[in-house]
Design a protein around this ligand. Structure first.
Ligand code: COI
Length: 356
């Protein structure tokens, strides 16, 4: 399908923010990608238009029953002047897995990747060049059909917006403090926790807000049934470095299959690090910390990249990890993954896609 481009005249384009002070998701580029779905025509009329509000009927099903899924990926400005995407095929597949779970239409992965590339190509000047900065890309699908019956919509909008960003956490690559919650749960087996459904994030807000008012950056979720097994952190998957192995919870249906999570697992295997995807209880971690057997904890995510955890708070007690410092393995993953993303390290697995 041909992507039509309606570009904004140069004099109407926005002033770009300074790359050293971007924050996360506060600025948006000049254009966005749109495509509509109807039952008769399927996905139709892919186009890039000036960034603008979208019009929705107040009865649009997304506003009532939350049929909304999204993705997150980044475009990186390399020192060689090239712009790269990181494993966009994984985002395309995950978007479709999310869409299927919420009875929404899927999108051909090639079309998804072409749409991202076409938008980034047009917005090249928005891919920031400062260290650690990138263009965050947010593909999103919503149900637009006006109706109030509880059923899958017959009409959808797929859009992609982009935002120049710096670090996700105010701590940057410095360790974050995390609160383990046994009061709220994020996802239940058989639910939608393994999808990037917008509703999952709405469900997480209350716990995150309570954690933040107490001085913690995020929440570590436990399983909904027994509140014993560790699942994931607010916007990241989580890894625990024990003396003998690197351990992360398995993709058992209630946690998000992260792209950075998968990349860490692949690299650990390549580096000969024993990696275990297995259920792990919060007690095993806390005991391991007390006995000095847990050496590092870090989160992984597209927005957060690798985020070392310096402290866990659970049932009124603080547990410090690696003296609150970034550990060498988190540092090694960070350097390797960002090196591949920015084109300063070899990419033997072909993870990056050039936007030419
Ligand atoms: C990402 O890491 O891309 C995410 O989607 C997390 C986020 C909701 C900020």
């Amino acid at each position: 399908m041909e992507i039509e481009i309606y570009s904004l005249p140069a004099e109407e384009r926005k002033t770009k923010p300074h790359p050293s002070n971007l924050g996360f998701g506060q600025h948006f580029t000049d254009h966005m990608f749109l495509m509509n779905y109807t039952q008769d025509r399927g996905w139709d009329h892919p186009r890039i238009v000036p960034y603008q509000p979208i019009q929705l009927d107040p009865a649009a099903l997304v506003l009532h029953y939350a049929q909304a899924v999204f993705e997150g990926l980044k475009a990186y400005h390399g020192q060689d002047g090239k712009i790269r995407l990181f494993r966009p095929d994984m985002n395309a597949r995950r978007l479709n897995a999310s869409a299927e779970r919420l009875c929404m239409p899927t999108i051909e992965p090639d079309l998804f990747i072409e749409a991202v590339k076409t938008l980034v190509r047009l917005e090249k000047g928005w891919v920031p060049q400062a260290e650690g900065a990138s263009l965050y890309i947010r593909p999103t699908m919503i149900a637009t059909e006006p109706a109030l019956g509880v059923r899958p919509a017959l009409e959808y909008l797929f859009f992609i917006i982009a935002s120049p960003v710096g670090a996700y956490y105010k701590e940057g690559f410095n360790p974050v403090k995390i609160m383990v919650t046994d009061k709220y749960v994020r996802a239940v087996p058989g639910g939608i926790g393994h999808t990037k459904a917008a509703a999952n994030y709405a469900a997480s807000l209350k716990a995150a807000q309570e954690a933040q008012t107490q001085g913690y950056s995020q929440v570590l979720w436990l399983d909904a049934r027994e509140k014993r097994f560790v699942e994931e952190v607010g916007t990241m998957n989580i890894f625990f470095l024990f003396k003998e192995a690197l351990v992360t919870p398995p993709l058992s249906g209630s946690i998000l299959p992260g792209v950075t999570r998968d990349s860490v697992i692949c690299l650990a295997r390549e580096w000969g690090i024993e990696i275990q995807e297995r259920p792990i209880t919060i007690n095993e971690i806390l005991e391991g910390l007390e006995k000095g057997e847990v050496l590092e904890i870090f989160g992984t995510g597209t927005a957060a990249v690798i985020s070392p955890v310096g402290l866990l708070h659970y049932k009124g007690k603080d547990y410090t990890i690696n003296q609150g410092e970034t550990g060498p393995l988190a540092e090694r993953f960070f350097q390797e993954i960002t090196g591949i993303q920015y084109g300063t390290r070899p990419d033997p697995s072909g993870w990056t896609v050039l936007v030419d």
